[in-house]
Design a protein around this ligand. Structure first.
Ligand SMILES: [Zn+2]
Length: 257
C-alpha cells in the first residue's frame, strides 16, 4: 500500500509576544527585540487527523494573562476539526505552552517520549525553579493520571506511529523533546517544535535560551536537519513567518505544505 502524503497546518492560538533576541537564539541579539507566537500544528492526510501539541486551555490562559489568546479548540474548528474527537495527539514536550490544553482532547491517543514523561512527572529536578516555571501543574497532574491507560503511548526513541508519520527523539531543549517527520507531496517535512523557536536558529546553529543539554541539542540538529527533504521543510515552533509566509486557509491558520 502506498504511503499517504499529508498536509501540515500551523494554527496560532496566542501572541504575538515580545522577547529579547537572546531568548530565541542563545546569547545573540540581546539588545534587540523579536516577536514570537504560540502555535499548535495539524497533520492531515490518508484519512487521519493528527494534532501536534495541545496549546493552552482557557483557564490556564486566563491565569497567565496570555495576549492574543484563542482556545486551540476554537482555532481547530476553523478548519472543521472537533478537538473532542481528535484521535491522535502528539506532545513534542511538556512545557506549558505545548501541553496545558491536553484536556481539550479527551479521546485522543497521546504520544510523548518516555524520557520526557518520566522527567516531568517523576524527577524531583523538574520541581526546581528553572524547570518549574515552564510547567502548568494542573496539566501535568492530568497527564500523570493517564499513566497505565491505553491512550498514553510512552515512546522510546524514534518511532513510526502511522504510515508516513515518524516521531524523532531530539532532546536538548528538554530531556525528551520529539519532532515529527511527515511524508508530504514535497518530500519529508519536519514539524520541529522547539528544536528551534525560529527558522534562523536552524540556519545559524543556535539553540534558544531554554536549554537542558547544549551538546545534546547540537546532536539533535545534526540528526534532524538531514531528515528534511529541503531546508524550507524544517518548521520551527514559534516563528511569526509560519503564519505570514504561507497560504492562509482560515483566520490564523496557514498551510505550510
Ligand atoms: Zn514552546
Amino acid at each position: 500500500m502506498a504511503i499517504p502524503t499529508y498536509e501540515i497546518y500551523a494554527l496560532k492560538y496566542g501572541g504575538p509576544f515580545t522577547r529579547q533576541g537572546s531568548f530565541v537564539r542563545w546569547f545573540q541579539d540581546g539588545d534587540k527585540n523579536v516577536q514570537i507566537q504560540y502555535y499548535i500544528f495539524v497533520i492531515r492526510g490518508g484519512g487521519e487527523t493528527i494534532v501536534v501539541d495541545s496549546g493552552v486551555a482557557p483557564e490556564a490562559a486566563r491565569q497567565r494573562n496570555l495576549a492574543g489568546y484563542v482556545s486551540p479548540a476554537e482555532v481547530l474548528k476553523r478548519i472543521d476539526i472537533d478537538a473532542a474527537k481528535v484521535k491522535h495527539l502528539i506532545l513534542t514536550h511538556i512545557h506549558f505552552d505545548h501541553v496545558s490544553g491536553i484536556q481539550l482532547f479527551p479521546r485522543a491517543n497521546i504520544y510523548v517520549q518516555e524520557k520526557e514523561f518520566n522527567f516531568w512527572m517523576k524527577d524531583p529536578m523538574a520541581k526546581r525553579a528553572p524547570f518549574l516555571f515552564l510547567t502548568e501543574p494542573s496539566a501535568n497532574r492530568y497527564l500523570a493520571k493517564q499513566e497505565g491507560k491505553k491512550r498514553l503511548h510512552l515512546i522510546r526513541g524514534d518511532k513510526k506511529i502511522l504510515p508516513g508519520i515518524e516521531l524523532l527523539l531530539a532532546p536538548g531543549h528538554t530531556p525528551g523533546l520529539q519532532v515529527v517527520a511527515v511524508n508530504t507531496a514535497r518530500g519529508t517535512a519536519i514539524v520541529g517544535s522547539d528544536l528551534a523557536h525560529v527558522a534562523s536558529s536552524y540556519q545559524t546553529d543556535f539553540p534558544s535560551a531554554i536549554i537542558t543539554d547544549m551538546i545534546t541539542w547540537m546532536k539533535s540538529y545534526d540528526k534532524v536537519r538531514p531528515r528534511a527533504s529541503s531546508p524550507d521543510l524544517l518548521f520551527p515552533g514559534h516563528d511569526l513567518a509560519l503564519l505570514e509566509n504561507y497560504p492562509r486557509v482560515a483566520e490564523d491558520v496557514s498551510r505550510l505544505v
